[in-house]
Design a protein around this ligand. Sequence first.
Ligand code: GAL
Length: 391
Amino acid sequence: MNRSLLASFGVVAVLLTGCDNGNQASTTTTTTDTVVVKIVPAALPDSAAFRDTTGAQATALYILKNGHAQAAVTNYGARLVSLIVPDKTGNPTDVVVGYDNINNYLHQPDTYFGAIVGRYGNRIAKGHFKLNGKQYTLATNDGPNTLHGGKKGFDAGIWTGKQLSDKSLQLFYLSTDGEEGYPGNLQVKVTYTLTDSNTLRVDYEATTDKATVLNITNHSYFNLNGQGSGTINDHVLQLNADAYTPVDSTLIPTGKIEPVAGTPFDFRQPTAIGARINDNNQQLKFGHGYDHNFVLNKSKDSLGLAAIVQGDKSGIVLTVRTDQPGVQFYGGNFMKGTNPIKAGKKDDYRSAFCLETQHYPDSPNEPSFPSTELKPGETFRSSTTFTFATK
Ligand code: GAL
């Protein structure tokens, strides 16, 4: 949908602020007292810019469409590159942060934009864990700890893609025995499906030939006003969590599960993300803001409610459901505005949030947390849905 706004206010600045929703390029033509602002609607990146054949396996861009929404996924890290949904006025809005070419994914510092992270999402303390009496040592890549699988996690692997239909894509990855220190050949399958009701569904499956630990999630960075359109601190967030797992200064859980009541971590009622972000709170200091695992309330549904978030400008509402026990709510505290994201934007500080449905960080070292062990002969299955509507 091409929109062109014609106005005779003669005040360019006001018009531009009011019209540029951030994910779109806008061009302006000015006559004496007439300003024409053409908004180019959000579009998927060019597939040709995702073809790279220099490595052992080729990279590509796969497109999913349902008539109202579109998604683009690359087999590099099984990453969600774009997700375009209508805002409250019907304007196509790209709600995930990403690059518009494969080179940036391959060469910019790793931010995990849109990636499937694993073998173990989030942190394992000091890169060590014990399983069935045996000590394992992992690659460390985050101070003393292992983060998101290690130096080369699933986000940096080239997956094998198989498009099943216009709406569904399967991606396969073999994480070999000993990769980054993890035991067992792990076969992973991720299926992305864009349903007719504007839900992006992510189904995970994995099997192993040796006992191992597994925590696999999607690391999309959302801005419901459009990627690159400024702070997410005015988005309104609700989390279905009465408790969270506090961390130490290196973001490793202390092992305690604490109630959110009376803390800035209480999002049980819809609250602006930034409303309490500058409170004098030790946990917010350790996280440099929100970067914590929330313990999801138990649900009778197979996919329980994790979170509801509303974009303050776009009216786009994201509902996240999952069968996982936790969700890492990360508020973009390490975003620095140095990476050139789509539509000529930058990944500015706190201009996106992640809701990583998952097991709790460092579970292999915390016997009281739900187990993340996968044994040979078992099949790990898990699903998360991201549903978009407007209000
Ligand atoms: C999050 C993690 C943050 C940070 C981010 C990537 O999942 O909790 O601490 O590492 O990924 O920059």
